[in-house]
Design a protein. Sequence first.
Length: 413
Amino acid sequence: MKDAYSFDASDESAQVSYQKMYDAYVRIFRRCGLNTIAVEADTGVMGGKFSHEFMVPAETGENEVVYCEKGDYAANIEKATSARPKAAWPSPNAAIEKFPTPGVMTIEALAQPPYKVAAQNQIKTLVYLAESKIILVLMRGDDQLNEAKLIGAIGTGQFRAATPEEIFEALGAHPGSLGAVNVTKFSVYADETLRGAVGMTTGANEDGFHFRNVSIERDIQVNHWADLRTVPPSEPCPKCGAPLKVQRAIEVGHVFKLGTKYSIALNAVFLDESGKQQPIVMGSYGIGITRTLQAVIEQSNDKDGIIWPVAVAPYAVCITPLSVAAGAPVMSLAEKLYSELQQKGVDVIVDDRDERPGVKFKDSELIGFPFRIGIGEKSLAKGEVELKPRGGALQALKADEVVARVLELLKPD
């Protein structure tokens, strides 16, 4: 990791430091040849006011990014929201009613005849142990819980799903028949999309039975409301309404505005202009060096191997003499070009292996050197060498012109 911290006297100056580091990261990743998406991110165990992650789209990535193709919005799946319209709740004034549902154990089963209760009109009840205490989590039947959001809601990462045995001991029913109607002994966390819901169906905490016509405000004691759902693809962007996309990605950098969380805890203070002690306002910033290399390779390659951007290539130029006999004209020119390029500050390597030309050329493509200078006896007899950009066309150049041409190509855009 490349780590950095900022320490400021005010929230306003801390924001300036945060933005400077954010902008620096944008430039760094651009110079690395990476197409990154800066997304709103969950602060997680680090805490703080807010954060952004720098994500590189890649199918091998361990993260998921929700974004709008219009560029109006991007967020980590753990932070993402949408502008999904509220459901049209049925039967707002009906009395709650228990009814038999033998063998019904899933949201999908309850949506089938003879019950025909749409998933969006069901309340899904999940049971967790948070620091060894039972909690109930309520979701709309067609939504999935995002456990990272749940961590933020319950304030601890020490949690797990309850076992069927623990669930039965707590609620008197097995998964598939669970609900929170009239439950008061456990904390109930509900997703915001259920706020104001009426005419809902949920388990009756009795195997084989459900309640219908449930009003969440009337029939369920919700202790905590929070955004707990995972945003799926195609829901409307919260900023412009266009369909959202979901893309796997590699996280290469993360910037946090920590605020005073750690400075207060550690008594890291300074004296302000009036001589009064104040907590330092902090920021934290990190780049994953090895992840960045991985991301470059994932994003910059073809069927022949890696295509290194010049800024991060181990060597910008590979000189490939096709004859490596010491003192021979081919090898002498290779050594001369090597010396000239080195003097110009170019990272250059000579492939002086006694291998067939095809092997050398294939290996230079596989490793991904941005440029290859091939020197053979036939071309040298004409006073020429071959310059091959990685992924580009072969160019025949005069031997005394190739260094100038390479320097021209290596100039930043």
